[in-house]
Design a protein around this ligand. Structure first.
Ligand SMILES: *Cc1c(COP(=O)(O)O)cnc(C)c1O
Length: 348
């Protein structure tokens, strides 16, 4: 990050499946003082776990919960002008960041709603300590997308210039999430809101970025072999009899399924698992709580063997980005869908 720029650690969605508690506590211990979440309840959970740093809520909070925003010292994103007005009327002094829509057209004040923005910055109940925008094509290095992104940052900085002319002291500013930092590292902001890169991965396997820091995945996902059975050629495994043994086969059952976050789209050999350092295909359909793998080619595989769904085992490694791509998605979705049923073990 440029000098003077600080990390805002995005720990929404249970820290992208990594465990918000484990992640936030670890980050606070190593000196991170700013966090972002999607919802007020995620923010309150961080406070209850003892996180003392700044916590920005990136999404909507019902104004009826203003008291909790105040009590838990959470920073609320002001998603548009009517929302800011409603929140200001609740009668609590609430720290806030104004979000500006510079082209994504999701949350934010229109970049041209200058008088509304000025009024909000001056509001007594909304203690505006930040102003930010979000890029929607920062992951792309295509000329047209780069042009669009540059335009987004330009109009944002033009707005800040105008606010300065109105004698507003510019609060903290932030624009970049992970790809914003990796492709536009030169933007001088107060914060980078890093999510996916913080967890040591990119969204897709073939993404190229201008900055290429040494990212290493934080997370491995492991299960174990709980049962091995032999089936005859012509027999089937799992729902819909989708796997048919072409030879006498050995099948291992793992107690992990789509309710743990393994995409059902990885059924029938689309996904692989590592056992004893070997890649083996998922046999048949992933069910809610289990899946089967064909271990015919690892004769020494045994009940109790570790099964790696994401991560390294010996010489082999299954990357979250590859698994995500095979399931038709991105790493962000794959990881954030790992559910609370999966036990988190931290390593130092
Ligand atoms: C989720 C989110 C981020 C983090 O994005 P990554 O691409 O995971 O780094 C940043 N800003 C906003 C507004 C978000 O919603």
């Amino acid at each position: 990050m440029p000098p003077g720029c600080r990390l805002m650690a995005v720990v929404k969605a249970n820290a992208y499946g990594h465990g918000a508690f484990e992640t936030a506590v670890c980050l606070e211990q190593i000196g991170v003082t700013s966090f972002a979440v999607a919802t007020i309840d995620e923010g309150i959970a961080l406070r209850r776990w003892g996180i003392r740093g700044d916590i920005l809520i990136l999404g909507f909070t019902d104004p009826s919960r203003a008291k909790e925003l105040h009590r838990y010292r959470l920073i609320q994103t002001l998603i548009d002008a009517p929302y800011a007005k409603r929140l200001a009327r609740q009668g609590y002094i609430i720290r806030s960041h104004i979000k500006i829509d510079t082209g994504m057209h999701r949350l934010g004040f229109g970049v041209n709603e200058r008088s509304e923005i000025l009024r909000t910055v001056r509001s007594r109940n909304l203690n505006v300590c930040g102003i930010y925008t979000h890029l929607c094509a920062a992951d792309s290095l295509l000329e047209d997308d780069v042009k669009f992104t540059r335009r987004q940052t330009e109009v944002f900085f033009e707005l800040l210039e105008w606010l300065k002319e109105q004698e507003v002291t510019i609060p903290d500013i932030h624009i970049q999430s992970s790809y914003g930092l990796l492709n536009y590292p030169e933007l001088g902001c107060s914060y980078v809101r890093a999510g996916i890169s913080l967890y040591g991965v990119l969204s897709a396997p073939d993404d190229t970025t201008r900055l290429r820091p040494d990212l290493r995945p934080v997370l491995s996902l492991r299960s174990q072999v709980v049962l091995i059975r032999e089936i005859k050629a012509g027999e089937h495994v799992g729902y819909g009899r989708m796997y048919e043994a072409v030879r006498d086969s050995r099948i291992a059952i793992l107690p992990i399924g789509y309710a743990d976050g393994i995409p059902r789209n990885l059924s029938c050999g689309k996904g692989e698992v590592l056992i004893r350092g070997c890649r083996v295909p998922i046999a048949g359909r992933v069910s809610m709580d289990q899946l089967a793998v064909d271990i015919t080619d690892i004769p020494d595989a045994a009940v109790g063997d570790v099964a790696t769904l994401i991560g390294r085992d010996g010489q082999e490694e299954l990357l979250a980005a590859d698994e995500a791509a095979r399931s038709g998605s991105i790493t962000n979705e794959l990881l954030s869908r790992i559910t609370a049923r999966v036990v988190i073990r931290t390593q130092t």
